[in-house]
Design a protein around this ligand. Sequence first.
Ligand SMILES: NC(=O)c1ccc[n+]([C@@H]2O[C@H](COP(=O)([O-])OP(=O)(O)OC[C@H]3O[C@@H](n4cnc5c(N)ncnc54)[C@H](O)[C@@H]3O)[C@@H](O)[C@H]2O)c1
Length: 322
Amino acid sequence: MVADRMTDEDTTVPQPTRRALLAGGAGIGVAAALAGQASAQGQALREFEGKTAFVTGAARGIGRACAEALAAGGANIILYDVAAQIAEVPYPLATAEDLAETKAAVEAMGVGCIDVTGDVRDFDAQRAAIQQGVDRFGSLDFVVANAGITQIGALEQFSEDELSLVIDINLKGVIKTIQAATPTLREQGAGRVILMSSVTGRIGSANFPVYGATKWAVIGLAKSTALALGPSGIRCNAVCPTLVRTGLLDNDYILSNLQPGTTLTFEQFNEAAKARHILPDVGLYEPSRIGDCVRFLCSETSSLISGDVFDVAAGANAQFPA
Ligand SMILES: NC(=O)c1ccc[n+]([C@@H]2O[C@H](COP(=O)([O-])OP(=O)(O)OC[C@H]3O[C@@H](n4cnc5c(N)ncnc54)[C@H](O)[C@@H]3O)[C@@H](O)[C@H]2O)c1
């Protein structure tokens, strides 16, 4: 993405080479120019040096990929994840080992990392995690409200408790993440907030009616947050994945409820994903694709983009209303 925005001005590196050649100092000039080029590329690669990101649902899947993508850009990371089973959730959530693995992967990129075990339904715990990060790293620059659970089935089948569970985590949890981060972001007068929605928040879904409703709500929340915090220099956007290769989909609960009376294999599900996507041979794709999008939305390249919705949908989104 950074390379995409290189202009003629950015490509001035070869010029000293020509000047050096004319001056007869070819060897030294070329070496200096190449060193300059490498350093410019290095700076682009570490564009988030000294910045700090708070990522929820970071122990695995898309959250881990976002943490890794921002760490690759040089950002310090506060990982936040329940990292244990929530009894009412009917498929396995991340474990303490997953969280430790993410921390190790992030630290391997040479940045600072704090891992906090906590639930997004807990405002105080999120606030404390952010404060811990600010105390250690000095700022809060990026907030990725990613934690969420899925819920499949016909609208009329869900109990009051099941409705509360998905709404409390997917909607109220995201609201609490924004609330926990806002005082620090406002004080700094800068920041980027990214909310993880879904393509089920862009079109109706008979299979995911309540989950989908929470994701529509998250898009509304992204737009309201962009309006409310924009004057303080804070941007907010929503990202909508289609079908990503994570534990949220690769589990018996999902595979046995996608089609009535049959349990799909993950490979069959992958073929169905290919049929859904318009670009050729794109099935369930890797979470790093969402990490790349989030990295772009945190970068200066996207400095005028706020209140927007980014579908990562391999062309399936071309069928959505605008
Ligand atoms: N996988 C997909 O195809 C897909 C598609 C569209 C949107 N999404 C959204 O992307 C986000 C991440 O999904 P994923 O596919 O990586 O799922 P995942 O289940 O692999 O990861 C979700 C992470 O969130 C954590 N988590 C769940 N509930 C939590 C809570 N209450 N508090 C703190 N942490 C909690 C889990 O432990 C897990 O580490 C979710 O919001 C999901 O709705 C995923």
